[in-house]
Write a protein that binds this ligand. Structure first.
Ligand SMILES: Cc1cc2nc3c(=O)[nH]c(=O)nc-3n(C[C@H](O)[C@H](O)[C@H](O)COP(=O)(O)OP(=O)(O)OC[C@H]3O[C@@H](n4cnc5c(N)ncnc54)[C@H](O)[C@@H]3O)c2cc1C
Length: 428
């Protein structure tokens, strides 16, 4: 094996303010955000990822930065939805039969997390994290000269059917209890906000404080460029194992090198699972797969990402076209994509936004790194405290990237992160 690549001498790990060698595993929004904040603290940071930075799940999402989001995936009553999930291949939540045995423990924990007391606890933690997400997003977009890509346009859900809007009551009550700002819009108010939407929508649920990333990939590419310009290193390698050296440092063994480090950040998204046993991480990690189709930008488009609350998909007016985003599919990391459902939504999308062309430009499958309690895993690993976890952000990973990076940098520096992180603990 080639020799270890980091400098032979290092300052004392953890002695507040000392420069450390840090390896970050994964160049998605989580890894790159942590890398930038750690670099800003003066550390020597190396990011490893076999892919081009930002081309994992951070590439093709809906781009919403929903700082007022506090509702977990598992709300009370989800148990009633599970049989439908298993039987309806066109539903918004799909479990492939062949994957069911592997998904069952995760789904079991999901149902446990849906108990009312758990939902209250989880929503308090989510509200605390997400309400802190805007400031670090602004800091990083300014640092990377990408403020133009972060738009304060809010997050809108629209409903045609009364029963579907009524079904949001529990979520609205939760948002009210947590102080997360939202507005209920009438059909007329909807029209003023989005004049090109089809007129059949009668209710809107609007979170005005949310932001929108015009192109998540361009954003993370600018993160990566800035990191490199400021002296960082990105290695196109796959991390295999994390070892402890005789001197008590860490060693990340990749397919090409051994990288010694004082601290390691595990930010490999949905691919973090092989490391978890060794690190003593307790929450289950699985992937909620999700799809997008890119369509031409219509002449009469949208001002903001807009969710069709009746059918469970979103239309997002991105820099390079209209992105139709949908789906939660349990089928693991290896199964081939199944674009039938997202393509099947096209007529509904065209009904929602008249004039939308069905001329598909590209199709994409992404892998949300999801924990059943909807809380990310952030903090030192129980068995190797010099390894910091930054994964498991599920549906809100773009929202929570920079704030997680900030937290990791604070924890590494021994600074008070200003937030109780117990709810995100890898040992919970
Ligand atoms: C359809 C869809 C829509 C979404 N919409 C939104 C939204 O609107 N708002 C929001 O907040 N979130 C959204 N999300 C969620 C969000 O995209 C993810 O939570 C987030 O991108 C996860 O970021 P990450 O850095 O953890 O993972 P990734 O971006 O997947 O990055 C992980 C990286 O780790 C690398 N890696 C894997 N294994 C190794 C290894 N062994 N060694 C080195 N590197 C490795 C991978 O190559 C990858 O580049 C959406 C997700 C999907 C699928």
């Amino acid at each position: 094996m080639p020799p270890a690549n980091s400098p032979t001498s290092s300052s004392v790990p953890g002695d507040g303010g000392a420069t450390m060698d840090i390896v970050v595993i994964g160049a998605g929004v989580q890894g790159l955000s942590a890398a930038l904040f750690l670099q800003n603290d003066g550390h020597r940071v190396v990011v490893v990822d076999p892919r081009e930075p930002g081309t994992g799940t951070s590439f093709g999402n809906a781009g919403a930065v929903v700082t007022t989001s506090c509702a977990p995936l598992a709300m009370p009553g989800i148990l009633r939805q599970v049989p439908k999930m298993l039987l309806d291949p066109q539903g918004p939540l799909i479990v492939r039969w062949s994957y069911l045995p592997r998904a069952l423990p995760w789904l079991f924990d999901l149902v446990r997390a849906s108990r009312p007391r758990q939902v209250e606890r989880i929503s308090i933690a989510l509200a605390a994290l997400n309400s802190r997400a805007e400031k670090p997003w602004r800091e990083l977009s300014r640092l990377c000269g990408a403020e133009d890509l972060l738009r304060p346009v809010g997050w809108l859900k629209v409903y045609e059917k009364a029963e579907n809007f009524e079904a949001t009551r529990a979520e609205r009550d939760l948002m009210t209890r947590r102080g997360c700002r939202f507005e209920v819009l009438s059909a007329d108010e909807l029209r003023q906000l989005e004049p090109n939407l089809a007129p059949h929508f009668r209710w809107g649920l609007f979170q005005p404080d949310a932001h929108f990333l015009l192109d998540p990939h361009v954003m993370t590419s600018r993160f990566a460029q800035t990191f490199l310009q400021r002296g960082g290193e990105i290695r196109r390698e796959t991390a295999g194992t994390i070892e402890t050296t005789a001197e008590g440092r860490h060693r990340v063994v990749t397919d090409q090198a051994r990288l010694d480090a004082d601290r390691v950040v595990l930010a490999a998204g949905a691919w973090s699972r092989p490391f978890l046993k060794q690190l003593g991480v307790r929450p289950r990690l699985d992937t909620e797969r999700g799809y997008h189709l890119m369509l031409p930008q219509p002449e009469r488009g949208l001002n903001r990402p807009t969710v069709n609350g009746d059918s469970g998909f979103a239309l997002c007016p991105m820099l390079k076209g209209m992105r139709l985003v949908s789906g939660v599919e349990f089928a693991g990391l290896a199964a081939a994509p199944d674009y039938r459902r997202i393509r099947g939504l096209l007529p509904l999308a065209q009904r929602m936004l008249p004039g939308l062309s069905g001329d598909e430009q590209s199709a994409w499958l992404g892998f949300r790194p999801s924990i059943p309690d909807s809380l990310p895993v952030i903090g030192p690993a129980p068995r190797l405290p010099g390894v910091y976890c930054a994964f498991g952000h599920g549906h809100l990973g773009m929202t929570e990237g920079p704030v997680t990076g900030r937290l990791i940098a604070d924890l590494v520096a021994g600074r008070d992160p200003g937030l109780d992180i117990a709810a995100f603990s890898p040992g919970r």
